[in-house]
Design a protein around this ligand. Structure first.
Ligand SMILES: Nc1nc2c(ncn2[C@@H]2O[C@H](COP(=O)(O)OP(=O)(O)O)[C@@H](O)[C@H]2O)c(=O)[nH]1
Ligand SMILES: [Mg+2]
Length: 460
């Protein structure tokens, strides 16, 4: 049984390369606003677990379809020989200047590829598309019409009627936004079209779905590991007995924060790699957005519990007054001390990042001091980290490989996640609570990963 190969063809600038990128999960495919970005065919394999499941061929757009069809009609005998005429067209013009693009794109089709014909559903249908559709029909290869709505205008219905004249199956398929399920449906639909590939493409669908689950599981595991690491993290410094501990504190606090940022970044990198996003761009200004400081107040508000929620449940370790902070953490907490020392009210407001880090100063038995930052005891911190990981995973897992530009995790778009189910919320709280109390438990990472995976699954 031959490997399924799909040639993606159409007019220039209709999203062919975008569809190739999306269906091959390959963000290295060149996509450009100017027509003619693709001049040669290029094959992109879809590989899962080391096995090539199918391949996409990106092709240049039709340029001289009317004249090409004219040639073919002049050489026409009868319909049963149309594919031969197409083949003869290719032989007659290959390597010549007259039809370079047509020859280039017909080659893989006549070599046995299936056809994905792409049009832009946001521009009106016109009969200028008919010669190329006619040529494709002449090749006799299994084919499917795809309406890719690039702009806001809607001409989908007229396209549907027109494409229906040339293709047995017509689908609306947004090259840049197509959800995983839509991609799978497309593969399955092609299997229905082509007897030769049916069994194979059914297996491909099973592989793709399994692969998707695996990506989710690995991402959840990375998020869980980072979270547990962040909650347990501590940084220690030894100082001589006469050292100025107040002066040493900012550096150790900063080191602690920097470590937490690093843990989060590492988990994000893993998630992006899991989903084969190798080129998520982080331009200078976007870097700040993407890596929005975990310790900025806006981040806590945006990703953590709402202010009211925090006040109502007392989940956050502290509120607007020092008294409550003290009550929660116990008067001995250096955290509260830091806070009061900083002059609560004037500079702190209802929330401050400083409360995240607790720095203890311990006298060492043989002289000298130990400065210990962390682990954080802040109750909303794990929620914030979890929500950030959830949102990041949501964006990455829903991002097609045709998407270019930065991954933006901030601004108006940063509130998209629905509230957790009661059950998930309770499970999550349970794990956080255990982590906070540092009750030893075998495989707490595994338990957390399980809950996170369930949430990711529902976000799908
Ligand atoms: N918004 C949006 N833009 C698209 C879509 N498909 C393609 N484009 C854009 O249209 C342009 C041409 O896309 P490309 O895939 O290179 O088309 P090709 O010339 O047919 O290969 C690029 O700027 C794409 O970003 C889509 O579904 N939505
Ligand atoms: Mg292209």
């Amino acid at each position: 049984m031959s490997l399924p190969v799909f040639a993606v063809v159409g007019h220039p600038n209709k999203g062919k390369s975008s569809i190739v990128a999306t269906l091959a999960s390959d963000d290295s495919v060149e996509i450009g606003p100017e027509p003619g970005t693709t001049t040669r065919c290029r094959r992109y394999p879809m590989v899962v677990d080391g096995e090539e499941l199918y391949a996409l061929v990106d092709t240049p757009g039709f340029q001289r379809a009317r004249r090409a069809l004219h040639w073919m009609k002049q050489h026409e005998t009868s319909a049963d020989l149309h594919a031969d005429v197409a083949r003869r067209f290719l032989e007659a013009h290959r390597g010549q200047d007259s039809f370079p693009d047509e020859c280039e794109l017909l080659q893989p089709i006549l070599d046995g590829a299936g056809i994905l014909y792409v049009v832009d559903g946001s521009v009106p249908y016109g009969e200028e598309y008919e010669p190329e559709m006619e040529i494709l029909r002449w090749t006799g290869r299994p084919s499917l019409g795809l309406i890719n709505p690039i702009g806001p205008a809607d001409h989908i219905e007229s396209w549907r009627s027109a494409l229906g004249q040339f293709f047995k199956v017509v689908r609306v398929f947004n090259a840049v936004a197509a959800e995983f399920q839509k991609r799978v449906d497309l593969i399955r639909a092609f299997g229905q079209l082509n007897e030769e590939w049916r069994a194979r493409l059914d297996r491909v669908v099973v592989s793709l779905e399994g692969d998707r689950r695996r990506k989710r599981r690995l991402s959840a595991r990375a998020a869980a590991e980072a979270l547990v690491e962040m909650l347990a993290h501590r940084v220690e410094r030894r100082l001589p007995s006469d050292a100025d501990t107040a002066a040493a504190r900012p550096a150790i606090e900063e080191e602690f924060r920097e470590d937490l940022r690093r843990f989060e970044q590492r988990a994000r990198d893993i998630v992006e790699q899991c989903y084969s996003h190798r080129r998520i761009e982080r331009r200078e200004e976007a870097l700040q957005l993407l890596d929005e400081d975990l310790f900025a107040e806006t981040t806590w508000l945006r990703f953590g519990l709402s202010r009211r929620e925090i006040m109502a449940t007392g989940a956050m370790g502290g509120a607007a007054t020092g008294a409550i902070v003290d009550a929660h953490f116990g008067g001995a907490s250096m955290l509260a001390g830091t806070l009061l020392g900083a002059g609560i009210g004037a500079t702190v407001g209802w929330w401050t990042a400083d409360r995240l880090v607790t720095v203890k100063i311990l006298d060492l038995p043989l002289g000298g001091k130990r400065l210990v930052a962390g682990p954080t005891r802040n109750a909303s911190f794990p929620h914030v980290v979890f929500n950030r990981a959830r949102y990041h995973h949501f964006l990455v897992s829903h991002r097609t490989h045709a998407t270019r530009g930065d991954l933006i995790l901030t601004g108006d778009r940063a509130h998209p996640m629905p509230a957790l189910d009661k059950e998930d919320r309770a499970a999550l709280e349970g794990v956080f609570d255990r982590l906070r109390k540092r009750r030893g438990e075998p495989d707490i990472v595994g338990r957390l990963a399980e809950v996170i995976e369930r949430v990711f699954d529902k976000d799908e």
